[in-house]
Design a protein around this ligand. Structure first.
Ligand code: SF4
Ligand code: SF4
Ligand code: FES
Length: 221
């Protein structure tokens, strides 16, 4: 077993446990987008960042891709973590302002403006669809093509691939396809239409920062 501390709480987890799951065992909710427990970790979206303390120094690491180590001291909701997550959420929303999943998460973080140019790519390159297709369907019908800003998910030659088994899983798992936001009045990249509907409960774990938990288990900051 590995002993570590998360948000001041002691944890004891089997070797190989990722920090995200160790935190979840303690009831600590860390927002995720590209993580799925049934798929290999990818560490693409970075929304699950946590602060790993090392003496006077600390670093931000993706908790879905970080294996718990003996003596780890982890902060999941420090000011540095919250600032970084909000910045990442702005970048993601600039790519996909019509994703209801992203808009809800942004609302739960108290985001009130997207400062980046809206590009509306309808994909955050989280890789969930590609990993689902390959790992769960053993199909490999879709994959990433291109580099940098041209990177996107595609099928070979843009046609329905022979390997595709029409399971629909790639759409089901996609955080930008599953729940399209129909708002046509984005202001500063944010929909805002649902924010008043966010139900807020007091966070049951940590009262140090007045944190709350909104719908889908995401924190309200
Ligand atoms: S519908 Fe086709 S491309 Fe999509 S996950 Fe299923 S097999 Fe893969
Ligand atoms: S299409 Fe959806 S699931 Fe696939 S990489 Fe883009 S955002 Fe992720
Ligand atoms: S959920 Fe961890 S990097 Fe995306």
């Amino acid at each position: 077993m590995v002993q570590l501390t998360i948000d001041g709480l002691p944890a004891s987890v089997p070797e190989g446990t990722i920090v995200l799951e160790a935190a979840s065992d303690l009831g600590i909710v860390i927002p995720t987008l590209c993580y799925h427990p049934g798929l290999t970790a990818y560490g693409a979206c970075r929304i699950c960042l946590v602060e790993v303390k090392k003496g006077e120094k600390s670093s931000l690491e993706a908790s879905c891709n970080l294996v718990a180590s003996e003596g780890h001291v982890i902060e999941t909701c420090s000011p540095r973590v919250l600032r970084a997550r909000r910045m990442i959420m702005e970048l993601l929303l600039a790519s996909c302002p019509n994703s209801k999943t992203l808009q809800d998460m942004a609302a739960s973080m108290g985001l009130n403006k997207v400062r980046f140019k809206i590009k509306n790519r309808d994909c955050i390159l989280c890789g969930l669809c590609v990993r689902y297709c390959k790992e769960q369907m053993q199909s490999g019908g879709i994959g990433f093509v291109g580099r940098g800003t041209s990177r996107r998910v595609a099928t070979a030659f843009g046609a329905v691939p022979q390997e595709c088994r029409n399971c629909g899983g790639c759409e089901w798992i996609c955080p930008t396809c599953e729940r399209a936001c129909n708002a046509d009045n984005l202001v500063d990249g944010l929909c805002g239409g649902c924010q008043n509907l966010v139900q807020v409960e007091t966070c049951p774990v940590c009262t140090r920062c007045s944190e709350s938990v909104g719908p889908r288990g995401h924190r309200v900051y």
